[in-house]
Design a protein around this ligand. Structure first.
Ligand SMILES: [Zn+2]
Length: 56
């Protein structure tokens, strides 16, 4: 007997919470922070951070 189609680890459908604005987004729409593994930020926040980091 096999149980198919009910696996919890959905892979690409997994939603991750942005550590900056707390929105839930698919894995493809977020970036993992290099210095902080396990923390993800959405594209918008990542772009904002990049702008900030670039302005030293
Ligand atoms: Zn965000």
């Amino acid at each position: 007997m096999k149980l198919l189609g009910r696996r919890r680890s959905a892979g690409t459908d997994e939603l991750l919470t942005c550590g900056c604005c707390a929105r839930e987004l698919p894995r493809t729409a977020v970036h993992e922070l290099g210095g902080t593994p396990g923390v993800y930020v959405c594209r918008r926040c990542a772009a904002w951070m990049a702008t900030r980091i670039g302005r030293k």
